[in-house]
Design a protein around this ligand. Structure first.
Ligand code: HEM
Length: 463
């Protein structure tokens, strides 16, 4: 297998793009030196699936960068854990109580309320100030964070007293400590990751930043959980992951509880926003495609408000969402895996100790699988007006195999229903000059420039 370059020569914070360029010269699988060790980079869906599914038994541990290792308290979150008992139990709890199909039904009302509230906020903003483009991200982030916290803890929060800080934190500060700061922090590269034999050398600025973020996150989560424990002690049970965990696992330590609850808040509050913001950006940028979506909604829903029940009858809407996950994959590089026994990939020997990097971005931008991959073209997922679900097998936005995303159904329900409601209620137009603002930031592919758009309310039943 070709060995090319050194990871520590890679200065940019979006390695997926450099890996994709290298794949054009060296093919879908190559290896790179990552300081003292070697990583294999996979750039096609076929070989990625070989690693995630067929060779899972040899590639089932995680390799975490130093920052993530500290923030996950050494793999104490489901997504960052090695496959084994902790992962199996953790994922079972999440699916049973939050994200599996029967649990999802229980949280249906909270999802509907969240979307209704966002639509009302948009209406109010437009009527207060129709001439200024509104910032989509501010509204969606706040709504989604509220849902994530309510699902995890039993109620949304407006503020919390945190003993370690000696003061009350606002909702925005809670969001920062629990979600936002983590996203910035995992971007920090500690060069000692690439040279483990130099790990005794101090790297103070890195350590201070990561440890401070970790301590703030833990203090805020502890305060949030303690407040809910008081509620539960008063006998006020609610539908939440915390209520479920405390009832099922009386023996969980405080640290375990903090990590499990924090994980679902983080995961539910982040990637769904990334996907939905990109979808609404493309919808606002492409008036003809927006019109096609609106006409489909009118034909199927008439004057009724779109609900999750309508989703299977809205093929173009599903195509819009899937095409967004392809073109703007929210997780462009999967959390790295680690080969723990000798194996092979695409016919090449891969020894134990190798890191495996799955480049989702390259899999989705591959010219062999997709015509004009740079174009956002939902119709590629349609066949004579019907949704081609087989096409989604060529994409891996949620990973695959036993580590496939636990929140896939929730994200799809929220993403599709929100997009449909937003287009049913308003005509969307991008702010002037924003047509080429497609740059990303973070490990999840956040839009660098938040979506700002003009919204014109549509008159239901008269257009
Ligand atoms: C569009 C939205 C989302 C995308 C694109 C996404 C993507 C991903 C990806 C790529 C992985 C890693 C899979 C792998 O390594 O093979 C993952 C794992 C995971 N995601 Fe999501 N995710 C989304 C929404 C959510 C939501 C809403 C939740 C809810 C809490 C969630 C919870 C999880 C969990 C618990 C895991 C770990 C699964 C495991 O290790 O077995 N995700 N997600």
């Amino acid at each position: 297998m070709p060995i090319i370059g050194n990871l520590h020569q890679l200065k940019e914070k979006k390695p997926q793009q450099a890996f994709t360029r290298w794949a054009e010269d060296y093919g879908p699988i190559y290896s790179i030196k990552t300081g003292a060790s070697t990583a294999v980079v996979l750039n096609s869906t076929e070989v990625a699936k070989e690693a995630m599914v067929e060779k899972f038994s040899s590639i089932s541990t995680r390799k975490l960068a130093k920052a993530v290792s500290i923030l996950s308290r050494d793999k104490k979150m489901v997504a960052g854990s090695d496959s084994g008992e902790f992962h199996r139990n953790g994922k079972r709890h999440i699916m049973k109580s939050l994200l599996g199909s029967s649990a999802l039904k229980q949280y249906r009302a909270s999802r509907d309320t969240m979307i209704d509230d966002m639509v009302s906020t948009f209406h109010k903003m437009v009527s207060d100030d129709p001439k200024t483009p509104l910032n989509f991200r501010e509204v969606f982030t706040s709504g989604l964070f509220g849902l994530s916290v309510a699902q995890a803890l039993g109620e949304d929060v407006s503020s919390i007293y945190v003993e370690e800080f000696g003061r009350v934190l606002s909702r925005d500060e809670i969001y920062e400590a629990v979600v936002h700061d983590f996203m910035w922090c995992v971007l920090e590269v500690d060069w000692r990751d690439f040279f483990p034999y130099l790990s005794w050398v101090p790297n103070e600025s890195f350590e201070t930043k990561v440890l401070t973020t970790e301590a703030r996150r833990t203090a805020v989560m502890r305060a949030l959980i303690n407040r809910q424990k008081e509620r539960i002690a008063r006998g006020e049970a609610r539908l939440s992951y915390l209520d479920y965990l405390l009832a099922e696992n009386a023996e969980l330590t405080e640290e375990q509880l903090i990590m499990l609850i924090w994980e679902v808040v983080l995961e539910a509050a982040d990637t769904t926003l990334v996907a939905t913001e990109w979808a609404m950006y493309e919808v606002a940028k492409n008036p003809e495609k927006q019109d096609r979506l609106y006409q489909e909604i009118r034909e199927v829903c008439g004057n009724e408000t779109v609900t999750e029940e309508h989703l299977p009858r809205l093929p173009y809407l599903n195509a819009v969402f899937q095409e967004t996950l392809r073109r703007h994959a929210p997780v462009p590089i999967l959390p790295p895996r680690f080969v723990h026994e000798n194996t092979s990939l695409a016919g090449y020997d891969v020894p134990a100790g190798t890191e495996v990097i799955i480049n989702v971005y390259a899999c989705h931008m591959n010219e062999k699988d997709w015509d004009e991959p740079d174009e956002w073209e939902p119709a590629r997922f349609l066949d004579g007006g019907r949704f081609r679900s087989a096409e989604t097998n060529k994409t891996i936005p949620f990973g695959g195999g036993r580590r496939i995303c636990a929140g896939m159904m929730q994200a799809t329900n929220i993403g599709c229903t929100s997009i449909a409601r937003f287009v049913q209620e308003f005509a969307w137009r991008l702010k002037e000059g924003d047509e080429d603002k497609v740059d990303t930031v973070h490990v999840t592919a956040y839009k660098l420039d938040p979506l700002c758009a003009y919204l014109t309310p549509r008159a239901r039943g008269t257009e």
